[in-house]
Design a protein around this ligand. Sequence first.
Ligand SMILES: [Cu+2]
Length: 165
Amino acid sequence: MSHTTGPTRSARHAAPLVLALGIALLSGCSGDEGATDAAASSSAPSSSAATSSAEASTPASSAPASSGPAEAESETVAVTEGEMFIELSEDSFNAGTYTFEVTNTGSMRHDFVVEQNGEDVANTDVLQPGESTTLEVDLTPGEYVFYCSVGAHRAAGMEVPVTVA
Ligand SMILES: [Cu+2]
């Protein structure tokens, strides 16, 4: 009878080195200038809720890729539609809840449809020229296409492929 020896437990427990990278990208707010960075005692981004108020719709144009997941909050994305394009104020999407503010700036009717992995998951009503509306969508990781379903607009260019990380 063979008898195996008991497993030796090598409980290595290396304490993870936590690097607190406080990258505060303060895009210039309109109005109050000359606000110096008061990096006084804001440390420890622990599990407590980082309350960032001010749901200001600041379309940060081409912001650098933010490293690391931010807090899960609803984000507002401006969607501008016209003949024959769809323009987004955001070009990088992480999983979470988004509020799309869709504005039809064209002279034709357009709508806004969110397609995930080939299936429509949300859409607005058809917007008349000059109309706007909002659409709240929970984005999960995957491949999306934002498009207009009116006529042959999608084939004419009204589609934007989006990858949600
Ligand atoms: Cu359209």
